[in-house]
Design a protein around this ligand. Structure first.
Ligand SMILES: [Cu+2]
Length: 316
């Protein structure tokens, strides 16, 4: 984008970009070589055996078994090698490393709303430092969108009702285009923005400017009280409801006998679809908060519940 010398390809600006490009170049080269071979043979045979040419047509061999076995077996290892190579790259892209900087993304028609864990919010812009792994936890407020940054060579669908993640380590400071890559209605084409990859010093300066707002978890705590969650979930509540301290990342026994691990999705479903999974030993009296809580507030509440979890986990 801001480096025209990379034309016609976007810049390689993430740790994932070179690996993806190598697969692309290799596939293009293989396809190109095959196409050339086929076209060359067609041309050769057309000329040599054209009507009226004196080329010998005797001894045409009707049996072509070795050829057929050859062109079936030879590509097999090549295709399998491409498969394993691409699968390895794909697995790497789909598994965020531990300790990545977590940033929440809410997509809606037609904008990207970003929430940093320190409480900072952005719209259609994302500021990140160079060289640090970033993990996006994404959800859509309406239809399916897709978070696509060509310079990072990665994209991921953003779905309503289900969290998806995308990660990358930006390797080059600069300003990179963000697109929505899933047709999502009238203004899909302008649903985009910019990723600002900054040198650590510039990033620190960006962080320092402006009033530092409440952290995401602190905002979530406020929502937890204003929506009345605390009325049931506090230790001294009259209603028997599970304490939520330290449940994140732990197994949660359910009333149907199964045990699930408490993750973002479980917390989300517990709040929006409380009857989907009932905590073992409790009455299903929790009301749904569907349509009563915005996606941003939900993200904040989940961050709050997770922060309770990390306190617990530090205990010996
Ligand atoms: Cu979209």
């Amino acid at each position: 984008m801001n480096n025209p010398s990379s034309f016609p390809f976007p810049e390689q600006a993430s740790n994932l970009a070179p690996g993806v490009d190598w697969i692309f170049y290799t596939l293009t080269a293989l396809c190109g070589a095959m196409t050339l071979l086929v076209v060359a043979l067609i041309t050769l045979f057309c000329v040599r055996y054209r009507r009226g040419s004196r080329a010998s047509r005797a001894n045409a061999n009707p049996r072509s078994l070795p050829w057929e076995v050859g062109w079936t077996l030879l590509p097999l290892p090549i295709f399998l090698a491409i498969f394993f190579w691409a699968a390895k790259t794909y697995f790497r892209m789909s598994r965020p490393p531990k300790g990545a900087m977590e940033i929440n993304v809410v997509a809606k028609q037609w904008m990207w709303k970003i929430q940093h864990s320190d409480g900072r919010r952005e719209i259609n812009e994302l500021h990140i430092p160079v060289g640090r792994a970033v993990k996006l936890v994404m959800i859509s407020q309406d239809v399916i969108h897709d978070f696509y940054v060509p310079a990072f060579r990665t994209k991921q669908d953003v779905l309503p009702g289900r969290y998806t993640t995308e990660w990358f380590t930006p390797t080059k400071p600069g300003k990179y285009h963000l697109f929505c890559a899933q047709y999502c209605g009238l203004d899909h084409a302008i649903m985009g923005g910019w990723i600002y990859v900054m040198m650590p010093a510039d990033y620190a300066q960006w962080l320092a400017q402006g009033q530092p707002p409440d952290s995401l978890a602190a905002r979530g705590e406020r929502v937890f009280y204003t929506l009345g969650c605390s009325g049931c979930h506090a230790a001294n509540s009259k209603i028997r409801a599970p304490l939520l301290d330290g449940i994140y990342g732990k197994p949660a026994p359910l009333s149907d006998g199964t045990i699930v691990t408490v993750d973002d999705q479980y917390l989300r479903d517990s709040i929006l679809l409380p009857n989907k999974q009932i905590a073992a030993g409790y009455e299903p009296v929790m009301p749904t908060f569907q349509n009563r809580i915005s996606e941003e507030d939900l993200t904040a509440v989940i961050a709050y519940l997770k922060s309770l979890g990390s306190v617990e986990r530090n205990d010996p």
